[in-house]
Design a protein around this ligand. Structure first.
Ligand code: PDD
Length: 297
């Protein structure tokens, strides 16, 4: 495996960063997870836009522009000869002396890892997955805004530990007011009384790229959607539920705590619509050719 580290693509054994990197010392950095379908990085512009937003929210200036980052992503894919892959793009504050001051780090660290994509078990999509509502609360927006996709993931990891203790696949987090927010690595949707519901961004969530696309697809399919504040009770009384993210796409939920859900019509319909959208996107990128990602460099 080959890894991109600060402008060089090197064998994974040589892909190292300093123990003085503030990403390692303090979780001071941002990242994106992207999915590659048949050689095409899905929604690359949206992911890079969000990476720059995360960086700007922590006052981190990324030394490469979006076009150079696109080239770096595709170069890393090509070095690994991957067509269906998982890409992880990380930008940290960089190496510097111990101390919180970001100005101690003159040069951000950029790392890109590309791995063969391993599909989730089919049973997850056919039968749905088990979630719990965690005791751990989601970070308050005024503490660490969940819209920053940062390396500081302990909040999510604590909830994931709870999920594992309960043999669940994913945990949902409430905010300090008791409103639903999101999963540890996913956004949550549920269908109730003819409306597709999902927590609004002001509840304190990462506005997932898959989430936005699913909201668009629902509208295109004539399904009413509502982004609002919801409680545990709202989701327990829903007819069906699913989670979304870049790697899982649309994943149906069969159980939340003790409440059992069927894999319903809306989850299936949106999963199919999502897969169709992926196919259309890839066909569009291929029709345009490499110019799409190499332009203006
Ligand atoms: N996670 N919420 C959180 C906290 C997330 O970490 C993610 C993504 C999402 C969904 O975002 P998107 O649809 O843009 O993937 C929501 C990725 C997959 C990760 O951490 O690897």
């Amino acid at each position: 495996m080959y890894v991109y580290v600060n402008g060089k693509i090197v064998p994974s054994k040589e892909a190292v960063v300093s123990v003085f990197d503030h990403g390692f010392l303090y979780g001071d950095g941002v990242y994106e997870t992207l999915r590659v379908y048949d050689g095409v990085v899905f929604k690359i512009d949206e992911h890079l836009w969000r990476l720059f937003r995360s960086a700007s929210l922590i006052g981190l200036s990324i030394p490469l522009d979006a076009n150079h980052l696109k080239l770096a992503l595709y170069d890393t894919l090509m070095a690994n000869a991957l067509r269906n892959a998982y890409l992880r793009l990380t930008v940290t504050r960089g190496k510097g002396p111990i101390g919180l001051d970001p100005d101690l780090c003159p040069q951000p660290t950029i790392v890109i890892i590309a791995q063969e994509f391993r599909e989730y078990p089919r049973a997850y999509y056919e039968q749905g997955i088990h979630l719990i509502i965690a005791k751990t609360r989601r970070n308050d927006r005024r503490a660490i805004n969940p819209q920053i996709k940062s390396l500081n993931f302990l909040n999510n990891i604590l909830a994931k530990i709870e999920a594992k203790k309960n043999n669940a696949h994913e945990a949902l987090l409430l905010n300090s007011r008791g409103n639903l927010t999101e999963g540890t690595i996913s956004n949550i949707f549920f269908y109730s009384d003819g409306i597709l519901c999902t927590p609004s961004v002001d509840c304190g969530i990462l506005d997932g790229i898959t989430r936005s696309l699913v909201l668009d697809l629902a509208l295109r399919e004539g399904i009413a959607v509502r982004e609002a504040k919801y409680t545990k009770k709202d989701i327990y009384s829903a007819e069906e539920a699913f989670i979304t993210n870049t790697t899982m796409e649309v994943m149906p939920v069969s159980r939340i705590d003790e409440r059992v859900f069927p894999v319903g019509r809306i989850s299936r319909l949106l999963r199919t619509a999502y897969r169709n959208e992926v196919r259309a996107y890839c066909a569009h990128v291929k029709a345009k050719g490499p110019s799409l990602w190499a332009e203006e460099t």
